[in-house]
Ligand binder design. Structure first.
Ligand SMILES: Nc1ncnc2c1ncn2[C@@H]1O[C@H](COP(=O)(O)OS(=O)(=O)O)[C@@H](OP(=O)(O)O)[C@H]1O
Length: 406
C-alpha cells in the first residue's frame, strides 16, 4: 500500500490531473480545428488561385503593382472579391456536374464556350485548377456548396446578330456577380410557348446579389420580343451591341456562306435591281441593320434609359472601356478592366487573359472573327448611302454617334 501523502495531498493532485486532461482535450480540439481550416483553405486556394499565381502576366501593367503579388498574372480586383468569385466558382462547378443538353443555339455559335466545364480545362496545358475541386471529398464540397437558385434574367443582350454579342457576354461572365447561360435560349422568339418556368430552368443558379443574363441576338428584330420581355419584367435591362450595318451585313453573309457555299454572291443578294440600285430590304442581312426601325418597337415598351447601346467597333478597339459602361449600366462594381484583356495578334482580336472559371487565356472560337469576302466597292458605297439616314436617326434616338458615317 502506498504511503499516504501529506494532509490535503489527494485533492491537490486530483485537480492538476483533471486540468491536464482538459488541457490535452483543448489541444486536440485546436489541432483538429486547425487542420480542418488548413484543409478548407487549401481546397479554396486550389480552385481560385491555382495557375495565375505562377503564370507570367500577358500584360505589363500589373508588374510591380503594390499589394498585387499573390495574383500576379491575374486581375487585382478579383483579389478584393475572393468570396464572390469563390461562391461563383462553386456554383459553376455544381451546374456543370448536373448539366443537361444545351438549349438550341445560334448557328454561328461556338460549342466550345458552352461545353467546356468551367475551370476543368482538361486538355493539354490545362491548369488542373478545377480538378482539385472535382476531386475534393464530396462531403467537404457539400458543406461548402451554397445551392443558390435559378432566376429569370434581369439583363438580356438582345442584339444585334454579328454585332459582337458573344464577345460581350464572355467578357461579362468574368465578373463574379454575373452568371449567364452559355447557349442562346431563343425563348422570346422561338420557344415562348414553353413558358417562363422552362425559360427559368435554363438559367444558371445565382446567389443573392448576382445578376442572371442571357444573350439571343435575334430578339432585337423579333416583333413580339419587346412586349414579351416587358411582360416578364418591365425592369429588364436591355443591351444592344451594334456594329456598322454594312460590315454587319457582310459578316452575316460570310456566316451563311460558310455553311452554304453555293449561295449567290453578296452583290446579287443586295439588290432587287442592280441597274436601278434598288436595295432588297427583305434580305435579312440588310434588314437587321436598319437599327432605327427596330428600336422604335422597343421604345413602345421600354424607356431608352433601360437600354444600353454598346459599340461593336469599340468592343474590339477598347474592350475595357465598353465593359466599364456595361458594368455601370448593370449596377456592378467595375471589376473587369484592361488588366483582363490582351490583344492576340494571331487572332487579331482582344482575348481574355483568363476566361470565366479558368486560368487559361481565352480567345473566341474560329467562327468569331472570320475573314470576309472582298465586296465590290460600288456595292459597299451604295449600301452606305442606303443606311446613312437610318444611322443618323439611330444616333439621334440613342444620343450616341457610332461614327459609321464619318
Ligand atoms: N474579341 C473578339 N473576338 C472575336 N470576335 C469579336 C471580338 N469582339 C467582337 N467580335 C466580333 O464579333 C462578331 C460576331 O458577333 P456575334 O458574337 O454577335 O455573332 S452571333 O450573332 O452570335 O453569331 C465577329 O464578326 P466577324 O468578324 O464577322 O466574324 C467579330 O468581328
Amino acid at each position: 500500500m502506498a504511503p499516504p501523502g501529506p494532509a490535503g495531498a489527494h485533492p491537490a493532485s486530483a485537480e492538476p490531473l483533471s486540468r491536464s486532461i482538459f488541457r490535452k482535450f483543448l489541444l486536440m480540439l485546436c489541432s483538429l480545428l486547425t487542420s480542418l481550416y488548413v484543409f478548407y483553405c487549401l481546397a479554396e486556394r486550389c480552385q481560385s488561385l491555382a495557375g495565375p499565381a505562377v503564370r507570367p502576366s500577358g500584360g505589363g501593367d500589373e508588374a510591380g503593382a503594390p499589394g498585387h503579388g499573390a495574383l500576379a498574372g491575374g486581375p487585382r480586383e478579383l483579389a478584393v472579391w475572393p468570396a464572390a468569385a469563390h461562391r461563383k466558382r462553386l456554383l459553376q462547378l455544381r451546374q456543370w456536374r448536373g448539366r443537361r443538353p444545351p438549349a438550341p443555339r445560334d448557328d454561328g455559335e461556338e460549342a466550345a464556350w458552352e461545353e467546356e466545364p468551367p475551370g476543368l480545362a482538361g486538355g493539354p496545358g490545362g491548369s488542373g485548377a478545377g480538378s482539385s475541386v472535382a476531386e475534393a471529398p464530396p462531403g467537404t464540397l457539400a458543406l461548402l456548396l451554397d445551392e443558390g437558385s435559378k432566376q429569370l434574367p434581369q439583363a438580356i443582350i438582345i442584339g444585334v446578330k454579328k454585332g459582337g454579342t458573344r464577345a460581350l457576354l464572355e467578357f461579362l461572365r468574368v465578373h463574379p456577380d454575373v452568371r449567364a447561360v452559355g447557349a442562346e435560349p431563343h425563348f422570346f422568339d422561338r420557344s415562348y410557348d414553353k413558358g417562363l418556368a422552362w425559360y427559368r430552368d435554363l438559367m444558371p443558379r445565382t446567389l443573392e446579389g448576382q445578376i442572371t443574363m442571357e444573350k439571343t441576338p435575334s430578339y432585337f428584330v423579333t416583333r413580339e420580343a419587346p412586349a414579351r420581355i416587358s411582360a416578364m419584367s418591365k425592369d429588364t435591362k436591355l443591351i444592344v451591341v451594334v456594329r456598322d450595318p454594312v460590315t454587319r451585313a457582310i459578316s452575316d453573309y460570310t456566316q451563311t456562306l460558310s455553311k452554304r457555299p453555293d449561295i449567290p454572291t453578296f452583290e446579287s443578294l443586295t439588290f432587287k435591281n442592280r441597274t436601278t440600285g434598288l436595295i432588297d430590304t427583305s434580305w435579312s442581312a440588310i434588314q437587321i441593320g436598319i437599327y432605327a426601325k427596330h428600336l422604335e418597337h422597343w421604345l413602345r415598351h421600354f424607356p431608352i434609359g433601360q437600354m444600353l447601346f454598346v459599340s461593336g467597333e469599340r468592343l474590339i478597339s477598347d474592350p475595357a472601356g465598353e465593359l466599364g459602361r456595361v458594368q455601370d449600366f448593370l449596377g456592378l462594381k467595375r471589376i473587369i478592366t484592361d488588366k483582363h484583356f490582351y490583344f492576340n495578334k494571331t487572332k487579331g482580336f482582344p482575348c481574355l487573359k483568363k476566361a470565366e472559371g479558368s486560368s487559361k487565356p481565352h480567345c473566341l472560337g474560329k467562327t468569331k472573327g472570320r475573314t470576309h469576302p472582298e465586296i465590290d466597292r460600288e456595292v459597299v458605297r451604295r449600301l452606305r448611302e442606303f443606311y446613312r439616314p437610318f444611322n443618323l436617326k439611330f444616333y439621334q434616338m440613342t444620343g450616341q454617334d457610332f461614327g459609321w458615317d464619318g
